[in-house]
Design a protein around this ligand. Structure first.
Ligand code: ZN
Length: 55
């Protein structure tokens, strides 16, 4: 049984921020809104996925 990581429910951290991972370069940005672009590899927001915060 495989889980689709795009469909799991992601909870924000205590400040309301999410972890956004660029799946081109693997950078993780912590902020509320989806990044407009990756500051490391300059890819657009479509390359970001929301990932679960490790508490
Ligand atoms: Zn990137």
């Amino acid at each position: 049984m495989s889980e689709d990581i795009y469909n799991i429910e992601i909870q924000p951290d205590k400040d309301g921020n999410y972890n956004w991972q660029c799946f081109v370069c693997g950078a993780i940005l912590v902020q509320k809104e989806k990044p407009d672009f990756c500051p490391f590899c300059s890819k657009e927001e479509t390359y970001f996925i929301k990932i679960q915060t490790r508490q």
